[in-house]
Write a protein that binds this ligand. Structure first.
Ligand SMILES: [Zn+2]
Length: 65
């Protein structure tokens, strides 16, 4: 015989919290896409973003080569 079902109280998620969580996931996915794009994982022909970030590093004075 199966054990009787138990009820578990789940806290309610406010719409603001849900929106903030979805926005965070979206931003992280966009960041992962941009890093992949920059590393050539998404587009092997487009080096525009890579050169843009490279120039940005030079503008900030970060030594790279
Ligand atoms: Zn450089």
């Amino acid at each position: 015989m199966a054990a009787p079902a138990r009820t578990v109280a789940v806290p309610a998620i406010s719409p603001k919290l849900l929106a903030a969580a979805l926005l965070s996931v979206g931003v992280l996915l966009l960041l992962a896409y941009l890093v992949g794009f920059d590393q050539g994982a998404v587009s092997r022909s487009g080096m525009y973003l890579h050169e843009l970030m490279h120039d940005g590093r030079h503008l900030l004075g970060v030594p790279c080569h």
